[in-house]
Design a binder for this molecule. Structure first.
Ligand code: ATP
Ligand code: MG
Length: 238
């Protein structure tokens, strides 16, 4: 089953054609990594899926709903981790999670919060401290926890591992793989070739608003890092 379908998508920003006819699908219960250099159009793709930017050509469908027509219904089904997540520095991790989940109309128990913060690897002793004391990676862990706690069938993650140390990245990758096994559909945007190959069922290579390559994992084997890296580097030199 297809959870996300992008077909011949064109998006303009400030008069520039940022996405130039990209097409790809993400299957239910799979991880798709959209890889590309700075300014390629990765975040733009996610913002369009969330209905924050309007296409001027093509179509975007999530869970069989047209993004341009049913965005209010759709947003309840999508958790989004933005490139620079905004959490309140004068609140602690629990308070931030409770506040943002409340905005999404959700109630959670302390146990649920702790279980998810365990999963993302935020140390227990930090959780009650104001977040202005947090390192970048610690803040990122809380933002990831928030996306997971939304319990939506679809997750859009914009550079989720940015700021995380190598151990935290491995933990995050295992967590995302596990979410996919549980049936969640994950579209993540990243610069990290190695991390993408570790967890993605499919990788799309975006270059200047065009999808210039695609790699599939076959039979439980990981996509080969050197292949993707070579394609990424080759395109970057063009
Ligand atoms: N707020 C904006 N207004 C107008 N144009 C923008 C805006 N944000 C980005 N752009 C343009 O859209 C293009 C794609 O940007 P986008 O943020 O989607 O890239 P990206 O692949 O996410 O890059 P990065 O890896 O740096 O996050 C860039 O050329 C950029 O100049
Ligand atoms: Mg971006």
């Amino acid at each position: 089953m297809t959870a996300i379908a992008i077909n011949d998508l064109f998006v303009n920003r400030n008069g520039t054609e940022v996405l130039q006819g990209i097409s790809f699908t993400v299957e239910t219960g799979s991880v798709y990594a959209l890889l590309g250099g700075n300014g390629a159009g990765k975040s733009t793709t996610l913002l369009t899926l969330l209905g924050f930017l309007s296409p001027h050509g093509g179509s975007v469908t999530v869970l069989d709903m047209d993004v341009t027509k049913q965005i209010d219904r759709l947003r309840r089904q999508i958790a989004y981790l933005p490139e620079a997540a905004t959490l309140y520095p004068h609140l602690n991790a629990y308070e931030n999670l409770e506040y943002f989940l409340d905005l999404a109309g959700m109630k959670t128990t302390q146990t649920q919060l702790d279980t998810t913060l365990d999963e993302v690897g935020l140390q227990a002793e930090s959780r009650s401290r104001h977040m202005d004391n947090y390192s970048k990676g610690m803040r990122q862990k809380v933002a990831i926890a928030l996306a997971i706690l939304r319990e939506t069938p679809v997750l859009l993650l914009d550079e989720p591992t940015s700021g995380l140390d190598p151990v935290a990245i491995d933990e995050f990758n295992a967590l995302v793989r596990n979410l996919a096994e549980l049936g969640k559909t994950i579209l993540m945007v990243t610069h990290d070739v190695y991390g993408a190959c570790q967890i993605a069922d499919r990788i799309g290579l975006l270059r200047r608003g065009q999808l210039v390559g695609s790699f599939n994992a076959i039979e439980g084997e990981q996509i080969k890092t050197d292949l993707v890296h070579a394609a990424f580097a080759e395109r970057a030199n063009n």
